[in-house]
Design a binder for this molecule. Structure first.
Ligand code: AMP
Ligand code: GLY
Length: 426
């Protein structure tokens, strides 16, 4: 089988790694991929096509006999890649454009959850600054309030306003300064949820579904969850706060009603569904849905999957998900992101990276690249998040220590990483 992976982050490097391990797979193409996927060799090859060049990607699958396409990132989903490929009779893992609204429109997802009684923060929708300001100026509005642009903003469209002034500034940013353009034309203001966050990933054919191990991301740039929000600075799995009892609630209160609700509304949801949860004293509510796997959570969740990943994906496309094994290793995994100095604000790229050769050979350790490029045979930085270093261990402690041992040996000018990834789970 020939597989095409779409995207260029550490998540896609992990997808390539998992696909290449499958006995069913002869070749893995990744568009556009990164420096890490370029160096993989063996079955894996980069293709210089952008993730948003839908027609070119379709042509590529026709020219190269691709049997299955896997979409890593959200933009092609929002643009309708799944609809386009299915019309052309091509097998692809992901939701249609209509189903991907669970991620691409926060207004849609909040209204959907309300219609189906799925637990989530109470909210109001605003389409202009005047109405939003009126709401904020009411005496009974309590703080914090969470203010979100409805559209896709690469994880940056959420403001947690601690007081009225911050809330008014966020509204000005969205409606007047239009810092997210059209993505901020509709705004959700919602109640602040207390608790701890966890991510649950589902693979579904629209009816049947299988669960990956729950993971926990670390969204803030600084140790102790301080500073700005980022794309994610590290993760671990399994997240022990998602006890079997919590997972059962998540299935009954969130996953099943989401899948049946989408099917009833005429947009059956297929592919990966990311359920971002807040868990407060054992009670889950949905913070957000994503229409894809998470990054960096994928870098811990996929290495813990024991069964053949591609066989499961193929079954999800063929509607036979209940017929394939979907087993996990009885281990822990941690991943630590190494970022460029300055990220998530301004950072420089093109810094030369050094990785000792012997690291590549280490058992139970995986160096996934995010923002790297191969420049004249040399590996250089090319993005904000540069690596995601994963280690497996018999215990969470072992996996954390394993990941940091490797992280300390990778160097480039300005390299930054959090020192406390996974300690929440110990
Ligand atoms: P989102 O893009 O909706 O996932 O939001 C980004 C981050 O903002 C989440 O991962 C949470 O850390 C935080 N957040 C979003 N909504 C809420 C909420 N209602 N209560 C508390 N924190 C939230
Ligand atoms: N880990 C957060 C995300 O992928 O959106």
């Amino acid at each position: 089988m020939n597989v095409l992976i779409i995207g260029s982050g550490a998540r896609e490097h992990a997808l390539c790694w998992a696909a290449a391990r499958s006995e069913k797979v002869t070749a893995v193409f990744v568009a556009p991929g990164n420096g890490g996927t370029a160096l993989m060799g063996g079955k894996v090859r980069n293709v210089p096509l952008k993730a948003t060049a839908l027609e070119d990607l379709l042509q590529f699958t026709e020219d190269n006999g691709i049997d299955l396409t896997v979409v890593g990132s959200e933009q092609p989903l929002e643009l309708g890649i799944v609809d386009l490929f299915r019309r052309a009779g091509k097998k692809i893992v992901g939701p249609t454009q209509a189903a991907a609204r669970l991620e691409s429109s926060k207004v849609f997802s909040k209204e959907f959850m309300k219609r189906h009684g799925i637990p989530t923060a109470g909210y109001h929708v605003f389409r202009d600054a005047h109405a939003a300001n009126m709401y904020i100026n009411q005496a009974y509005t309590s703080y914090p309030q969470v203010i979100k642009a409805s559209g896709l903003c690469a994880g940056k469209g959420v403001f947690i306003a601690l007081n009225k002034d911050e809330a008014l500034t966020a509204i000005k940013n969205l409606f007047e300064d239009r810092i997210f353009g059209e993505a901020g034309d509709e705004v959700v203001i919602e109640e602040f949820l207390q608790g701890q966050e966890a991510s649950v990933f589902v693979l579904t054919d629209g009816i049947r579904y299988r669960l990956f191990l729950p993971a926990q991301d670390h969204k803030r740039i600084g140790d102790g969850d301080t500073g700005k929000n980022t794309g994610g600075m590290g993760a671990y799995a399994p997240a022990t706060l998602v006890t079997p009892e919590v997972m059962r609630k998540v299935e009954e209160l969130v996953i099943k009603p989401t899948l049946t609700g989408m099917a009833e509304e005429g947009s059956p949801y297929t592919g990966f569904l990311y359920v971002g949860l807040m868990i407060d004293r054992g009670e889950p509510s949905v913070v957000e849905y994503n229409a894809r796997l998470g990054d960096p959570e994928t870098q811990v969740v996929l290495p813990l999957l024991k069964s053949d990943f591609i066989a499961a994906l193929q079954a999800s496309v063929d509607g036979t998900l209940d017929e394939v094994p979907f087993e996990m290793h009885q281990k822990s995994a941690a991943t630590v992101v190494i970022a460029s100095g300055g990220y998530p604000d301004h950072y420089e790229t093109g810094k030369l990276v050094t990785i000792p050769d012997e690291l590549a050979a280490q058992k139970d350790c995986l160096i996934f690249h995010a923002g790297t490029a191969c420049d004249g045979g040399q590996l250089v930085t090319a993005g904000g998040r540069v690596f995601s270093v994963t280690a497996l261990g018999e215990t969470l402690r072992e996996s954390i220590d394993g990941a940091y041992r490797v992280v300390q040996q990778i160097s480039f000018e300005g390299a930054y990483y959090r020192k406390d990834i996974g300690t929440k789970g110990l």
